[in-house]
Design a protein around this ligand. Sequence first.
Ligand SMILES: [Zn+2]
Length: 164
Amino acid sequence: MSEQRCRYCQKYFQPSKFQPRQAACVQPECQRQRRNDYRRTKLASDAEYRDVCRDSSRKWRATHPDYWKDYREKNPSAIEHNRTQQKRRDQKRKLCDLANNTSALDLKHSAANVWLVGPGAALLANNNSAPGQVWVIEALLPDAAPVAPSCKQHLTGSGAETGA
Ligand SMILES: [Zn+2]
């Protein structure tokens, strides 16, 4: 039988003679992904399967009422991790809302460099952990009326001019 390429790890493997259309190799990680994909597709397409899963989860929660409470007590770092992830999701949603709001323009393809100046800049530049995933730059409103240069601003003989 001919070898098949694993859909997940891209390595070649020999499919089982009972499963000639086998798309994933036998590595546990590939099998885990295959099961997850199957479950996701099935949940999206099969209403009965969805109901059975929902009932099963409900029954499990009813028989294990303290599972998540115990889990959080035993894994305090998980709480912090969840909080961080939630903050990230909130921030992403906020930015998506902003992007959908036509008054905000997406400038991420701008070729301009962004320079941070000021007394804190040196510290920040040397700190690799400084979060800088998102820059929100507020546009300045154009001046109501352009100010005509006054003749008083011409400082002749001050040394500021060149080539005069
Ligand atoms: Zn594989």
